[in-house]
Design a protein around this ligand. Structure first.
Ligand code: GDP
Ligand code: MN
Length: 411
């Protein structure tokens, strides 16, 4: 996964889906997926297994932990059940476990549900083989691209690292969409022929259409399986949607799993604040996304590290400033807060008053120094207000001055 970050890093906000949701989304666009049913208890898992056997004919199932992280197989979160007793025992093991994989936080993630899926690695005419296929945006060329490899399975990171030649890319012009020759080229490079070749061209074509149709920012299907009877199916699905496209897909909002998201970000979204949690120690409160980014640069230059991105928007009144302070202070790494406001439509003295009122209201809840830089309409009155407030708030008017004060505060 990490090697895809190069293409996807940015301040866009994304929404991750669980594997079972990703597969449902793919299937709705005609992509063939391993069939499965999600279950929250081992009883539900057994019922799901029985039901799957009726439709698929196979009595073997794979039990897959549903968490927002990959590498589950390696961590013991994906297991094969060859009977209903197995299915019961394995589901009991996996549901409720704290699953640790190379992609989870150190303490792992709690598994609340499993996907019970048909076993698709059954023996037959030919060996099953695992491929890797992802779809994402190449910002450098402004085109979408399909990355793919014959070396699918659990170790694509190692492939990217040690044998990058084995990963192919096909750039797709977004105004043309995927062309027939491109789908055929992918199937050919994957070493396929006959029915599997044809099925792969269909698979990648509908996969690309699903990517466009859902306003996704990343699809990563690893493995894509060629079964022993030459069918091509998605066995895993990592789907990341672009938050900015969600207004066009109201139904996707239901797919959000709040238990997987940062609780402060969830709270901020509920009160209409644009907050993104980061790893550093300087909290930021800024009006306007552009200024927020410039402020983060400023903090870095001053030797600090931003703890968050927070755009309070146009109305920086006392109530809003207080909400923002409270959100920022939930992060215990925060050693100082930099407020950087440009007073254009909103006058600086109003914002300064808001800060002073919020501070007084919060009392002991504020336990770190606050550096306030207000620039624009009535900035001199604002500075005066802050300086005479008697609070642990330092004012600055110049960018550099603010940066220096932040550095002093964190040292
Ligand atoms: P990840 O480890 O989080 O990427 O989870 P995957 O969904 O990719 O599953 C991990 C591995 O489990 C796959 O690479 C397969 O080798 C294996 N697996 C998945 N589905 C089946 C199945 O139906 N039968 C068998 N035998 N193995 C499976
Ligand atoms: Mn996988």
């Amino acid at each position: 996964m990490w090697f895809l970050y190069f293409y996807t890093i940015s301040y866009i906000i994304i929404m991750n889906l669980h594997e079972y949701q990703g597969k449902e989304l793919l299937a709705s666009f005609g992509v063939t997926v391993q069939r499965g049913i999600v279950a929250k208890t081992s009883e539900e898992a057994v019922a799901a297994g029985k039901k799957l056997t009726e439709t698929t004919g196979t009595s073997w199932h794979v039990v897959k932990a549903q968490i927002h992280a990959g590498g589950r197989g390696k961590g013991g979160g994906v297991k094969l059940a060859k009977s209903l007793e197995d299915l019961k025992r394995i589901s009991d093991e996996i549901i409720g476990m704290q699953l640790i994989t190379p992609q989870t936080p150190r303490e792992g993630k709690r598994v609340n549900q499993v996907l019970v899926a048909e076993d698709v690695y059954y023996p037959g005419e030919s060996e099953p083989s695992e491929f890797y296929i992802s779809v994402l945006l190449n910002r450098a060329t402004g085109k979408n691209m399909i990355m793919y490899s014959t070396e699918g399975g659990m170790d694509i990171e190692a492939v990217a690292d040690q044998t990058p030649d084995l990963i192919f890319t096909e750039e797709i012009d977004p105004s043309l969409g995927i062309q027939g020759f491109q789908a055929r080229k992918i199937a050919f490079n994957l070493g396929l022929s006959g029915a599997a070749f044809k099925d792969m061209t269909k698979f990648v074509t509908s996969l690309y259409k699903a990517y466009i149709g859902s306003d996704a920012s990343l699809f990563e299907i690893n493995p894509v399986l060629k079964t022993s009877d030459d069918r091509i199916i998605a066995v895993d699905a990592k789907v990341t949607l672009d938050d900015n496209g969600l207004f066009r897909h109201k139904d996707f909002e239901l797919l959000r799993d709040l238990s997987e998201e940062n609780p402060v970000e969830v709270e901020a979204r509920e009160v209409g604040l644009n907050y993104v949690d980061l790893d550093g120690n300087v909290g930021c409160m800024v009006n306007g996304a552009g200024l927020a980014m410039a402020t983060m640069d400023l903090i870095k230059q001053a030797g600090g590290d931003p703890a968050n991105f927070l755009d309070v928007g146009g109305t920086a009144d006392a109530a809003r400033v207080e909400t923002a302070f409270r959100l920022i202070l939930k992060d215990t790494d925060v050693k100082a807060i930099l407020v950087n406001i440009f007073g254009g439509i909103v006058r600086c003295d109003r914002v300064a008053q808001g800060i002073v009122d919020a501070y007084k209201n919060m009392g002991d809840a504020i336990n770190v120094p606050i550096i306030v830089r207000l620039q624009g309409t009535n900035s001199d009155i604002a500075k005066e207000l802050i300086d005479s407030s008697g609070l642990n708030v330092l004012s600055a008017t110049a960018f550099q001055e603010a940066a220096d004060k932040v550095q002093e505060a964190i040292n």
